[in-house]
Design a binder for this molecule. Sequence first.
Ligand code: CA
Length: 417
Amino acid sequence: MALIRSWVASANAPETDFPLNNLPCGVFSRPNAKARCGMAIGDQVLDLAAAEDAGLLTLAGGPYFGGGDWNALMAAGPAVWADLRAQVTVLLAEGSVLQPEVAPHLHEQGAVRLHMPFRVAGYTDFYAGRHHAFNVGSMFRDPANALPPNWLHIPIGYNGRASSVYVSGTAVRRPWGQVKGPDQPLPAFQPSRRFDFELEMGAVVGVASDGPVTVAEADAMIFGYVLLNDWSARDIQAWEYQPLGPFQAKATATTVSPWIVMRAALEPARTNGPTRDVPLLPHLAEPGPMLYDIALEVGLTPEGGAETVISRTNYREMYYSAAQQLAHHTTSGCPMQTGDLLGSGTISGPLRENRGSLLELSWGGKEPLAIGGLTRSFIEDGDTITLRGHAVSDGVRIGFGACAGQLLPALADPYAR
Ligand code: CA
């Protein structure tokens, strides 16, 4: 679909993440005012709560936007989501007669504070990137048996922590944990020395379910997508993960981008999944294209220094889509809730420069990465990790904004008192 021009001039600039075709969903506050829902348009945010109060937006089942999160709107379902997009498009389109009434409800994004856009009901993280699973399996096991035997049949995952999902811009504190190197006779409790990021996409569940759903039904339940950094303490992970999987290594923090890009905005970027080594069981087979062509990159900025882009990859590299992961998640009868967040798993590509974690980029610390005049095997104190992503279809860019977090030094021993 071609660019829908807006009377907000910055929304028509080719480099903006937020043309009128996008309309991503965020929560913002102005000084001394309560947080409310807004949509990004160019370099502005439209105050949807004010637009709703002014009668410029009337949605079935509303009001939706004054409460400080998107969950109520997300629960309302695809018909209301589509109506919202249609109504806001009319308000902001070039030539709209409503421009004088809408303009007072726009605010510079640079002058507002962005908050978590939704209440996270549950957080599940998958391991569905084939290049990542192969790289990690090669490092920790051997390249001939890098993929676990289940891997080509089900999207494997674990239940993460909703309580430590933070919005972009939130600093992350280097954690302490129990670690044991292969040459150490006993474990030690110490600050993590191998703290890492994982480049992922997060799918946000809108419509709840109660019982098994098909892949097509799962796709229709998804409200939208965010960028997601699954911060990972590799030394804690290596000691704790067998046999139940990661636990404290992944519990410190997960950072998401502040704008949920609605599924409808990504439709032009929809693309096929990979060819399958082995056919999937029918309940996990795709009824159509279920992935998206989204270019992704990771920047590392040392404290006081300049950013270096250390990875470039694409969401279409995934072996399993979010719809397949969500369908799989329901097979047990597990109810899914509005606000459930599904991490894709680390998105690496075939080349070294496509690797979506420092574990892979530095090959477990054996091949440190050169960054300007510095080297990195893992994240150093003060480093900021910034994820970015966008799709381009018909010359129209649908972007996610930035998903950034700075690593703060570990505190003193939390048990020394
Ligand atoms: Ca992960």
